[in-house]
Ligand binder design. Structure first.
Ligand code: ADP
Length: 276
């Protein structure tokens, strides 16, 4: 199936963009929701659950499931599948008394420790990838969108590199022919092994001050907390380097919907074209 990977920094507008695609009937698979399901103690997603911009460990505000059923279908991964493994590796310090994952404690544990983060990713990524593959195999739509907030990460340089990319202050979509991505950044790494299952990568981009303002309004996190998350995520330039298509999400929601509608037509055409 023709598959588009959607990524972007926290607060860039990934979920909003994904909602726009979903409104056009495009199946959306969200790897953050899968991660959350996989680390839940029982089948299903806890009710608190839309991940905040690429971090399923962050406090969340609403379920991002497009009305799909929580059990089965595209909505849910098997609950609790990796909880015991996380407990075995990270210990009781990341568990709550009721046997659920203490996401805040795990977040603190992996936030500044890249070895621990890699351990966690080694537990999660293969399972998430498997669920994504299984769900894609069930679909009959012309194409699907897979939301992968952390498609691009820094390897061992959590602070600083790749920041400060400038973007126009308008909603624009840029397309780059295949094979013409920007040169790789040394500290950038595509994580999770998703690249092989993606035909296109769509990056949602916006300036950091806009990201911060949006996340503050949405989550109640403080500015310095959001800045720390931004510093730990890939920089904008690093993400843009892997993009086939770019939405600069600085205009109105209406303009964004129009951008997505145009991209939708483009993806339908690409999905219908015979493979090269
Ligand atoms: P992400 O999923 O990348 O973290 P969201 O899609 O949740 O980002 O967007 C962050 C916040 O910004 C949300 O409250 C959303 O409603 C708002 N938002 C997103 N795009 C726009 C836009 N173009 N104009 C105004 N608000 C926006």
């Amino acid at each position: 199936m023709f598959t588009v990977g959607l990524t972007g920094g926290i607060g860039s507008g990934k979920s909003t963009v994904a909602d726009c695609f979903a409104a056009l009937g495009v199946p959306v698979i969200d790897t953050d929701v899968i991660a959350r399901d996989l680390t839940a103690p029982a089948r299903g997603t806890p009710p608190d659950a839309r991940p905040a911009g690429g971090a399923w460990l962050l406090p969340t505000c609403r379920l991002y499931n497009h009305g799909l059923p929580l059990a089965g279908g595209l909505g849910a991964a098997p609950g609790g599948a990796v909880l015991e493994e996380i407990r075995a590796v990270f210990g009781e310090a990341v568990m709550q008394a009721d046997g659920t994952l203490d996401r805040a404690a795990l977040r603190r544990r992996v936030f500044s420790d890249s070895a621990a983060r890699r351990q966690l990713e080694a537990i999660l990524h293969p399972r998430i990838r498997q669920v994504v593959g299984d769900r894609l195999a069930m679909l009959t739509a012309p194409y699907a969108l897979v939301v992968i907030p952390l498609l691009v990460q820094r390897q061992d340089h959590p602070q600083g590199a790749g920041r400060g990319c400038k973007a126009d202050k308008s909603a624009t979509t840029t397309h780059r022919p295949k094979g013409e991505r920007l040169a790789a950044y040394p500290s950038r790494v595509e994580t999770g092994g998703y690249r092989d299952m993606l035909n296109r990568v769509l990056v949602v981009d916006c300036p950091e001050d806009v990201q911060i303002a949006r996340v503050m309004a949405r989550s109640g996190l403080e500015q310095d907390e959001i800045q720390a998350i931004l510093a730990a995520q890939a920089g904008r330039a690093e993400r843009l380097a892997v993009a086939d298509d770019i939405i600069v999400n600085t205009a109105t929601p209406e303009a964004l919907r129009a951008e997505v509608a145009a991209l939708h037509q483009r993806y339908l055409a690409l999905a219908a074209a015979p493979p090269p």
